[in-house]
Design a protein around this ligand. Structure first.
Ligand SMILES: *Cc1c(COP(=O)(O)O)cnc(C)c1O
Length: 419
């Protein structure tokens, strides 16, 4: 007798899907074509591979600034470096505090430590995983210098409110837009990255557009832009004739080869975002109909990946169970997004920074020493612990791909234990 179509693959039933899905890890889930090839060849043949002698990186910066309607974009070597440029541009004093989220890529937090500032973690909104404004407000102290908000999975973080909060306390707001190209932050359409003082983007393999690695930092502030640019180039003021170094900077330059790819990728961005949003809508319609599961509000969301928020009181099983059951059905899925909040990783929790010093985490006066321990951000921990289910997404998903994902989610939802 054939297995019932309802029997979960986890329990020996037939998987919903046997074909692999398009993935951002290779060309199946990417849009990289003849134009990128030609652009890279042009750079190679010119012999000008470094941005200090070529014009392609400067061109990318101009194109990116124009797309965002801001005066300045500064290219760098990664999303992490793009955030490091932003933090360095505001030049914190050692021990100054920067409030951010524990539910992100480490690239959000490492630049804070590298610049000798202290990360302070605020909790997130359980419905989106984005920073909760009230929690940020609670964690402001006289030592706070900046806020780094992440637009998680491309969902708009409440940056208008955070900007107001920042302005009323004299703080700088940095937007981490690594997952949020063309995210609209509000009905009036302000793009993520243009509401704060600085916006930071990544061109790493898995993002909406890629050059393998790479980063971009945007700002409307001339002074911040100048410091960011200098920081990425050894603080060498090449616009003067002096060979000197104005402050402690590094070499975070993007190469012309990466810029050549990125510049073409940028021309594909609008279509990439449109296609991701169109297919995501199909899954949103299905997920929203399932008791105990919630999709992202799709207003301005650009779906770096597709997050599903569980009410585990209703579902009875957590996101880690759903992920395992979905993988058995042939659907890639991850429970929790990351395995632990950033404040519980060794670099932060155990102060594994510079030698055995623990700097900068051990520098502040005793009353300002942070304790990074379980319980610090309960909603963050609940999402990672089992309320957040993540389905990988990309611009090359077909309607059939989404139908298979939806079918599998409905199947495991109906067949979950205890139901
Ligand atoms: C990818 C990512 C980064 C870091 O970007 P890299 O290019 O990998 O250095 C930072 N923040 C978020 C939210 C990211 O998704």
């Amino acid at each position: 007798m054939p297995a019932s179509p309802d029997l979960l693959a986890l329990d020996g039933g037939t998987p919903v899907r046997r074909e692999p899905f398009p993935t951002v890890s290779d060309s199946s889930g990417r849009r990289i074509g003849a134009e990128e090839e030609a652009a890279v060849l042009d750079v190679l043949r010119s012999g000008r591979l470094n941005s200090t002698v070529g014009q392609v990186t400067r061109g990318l910066e101009q194109d990116f600034a124009a797309r965002y309607g801001v005066p300045h974009a500064v290219a760098s070597s990664s999303g992490t470096s793009a955030i490091h440029l932003a933090v360095a541009a505001l030049d914190p004093e050692p021990g100054d505090e920067i409030i951010t989220t524990g539910l992100s890529d480490a690239g959000t937090v490492l630049p804070i430590l590298a610049q000798n500032a202290v990360p302070v973690f605020a909790d997130v909104d359980p419905a989106s995983g984005n920073l909760d404004v009230a929690s940020v407000r609670d964690r402001i102290t006289p030592r706070t210098r900046a806020i780094i908000a992440v637009h998680l999975f491309g969902q708009p973080a409440p940056v208008a409110e955070l900007r107001e909060l920042a302005d009323s306390h004299g703080l700088v707001l940095i937007e981490d837009c690594a997952q949020a190209y063309l995210t609209a932050t509000s009905p009036d359409g302000a793009l993520a990255g243009t509401v704060g003082h600085l916006g930071c983007f990544s061109l790493q393999q898995s993002k909406h557009i890629t050059a393998g690695d790479g980063g971009l930092t945007i700002t409307a502030d001339d002074q911040l832009a100048r410091r960011a640019r200098l920081f990425a180039d050894k603080a060498w003021p090449r616009d003067t004739d002096e060979r000197t170094h104005l402050f402690l900077g590094l070499n975070y330059r993007m190469s012309e080869l990466e810029a050549a790819v990125a510049r073409v990728q940028l021309t594909r961005l609008d279509a990439v975002v449109e296609d991701r949003r169109r297919t995501a809508k199909l899954l949103t319609d299905v997920v929203s109909g399932l008791d105990g599961l919630g999709a992202a509000g799709d207003d301005g969301t650009v779906y770096w990946q597709f997050p599903i928020f569980l009410d585990t009181d209703v579902t009875g099983v957590d996101a880690h169970w759903y992920a395992e059951a979905l993988r058995a059905e042939g659907i890639p899925a991850v429970g929790g997004y990351i395995q632990r909040p950033l404040y519980l990783t060794p670099v932060v929790a155990e102060h594994v920074t510079y030698g055995t010093s623990g700097y900068p985490l051990t520098c502040p006066p005793a009353d300002a020493l942070q304790s990074y321990a379980p319980g610090l951000c309960p909603h963050t921990e609940a999402l990672i612990g089992g309320r957040l289910l993540v389905v990988p997404w990309n611009e090359n998903y077909s309607s059939q791909d989404v139908t298979d994902i939806a079918t599998a989610i409905e199947k495991v939802h109906r067949g979950r234990p205890g139901r």
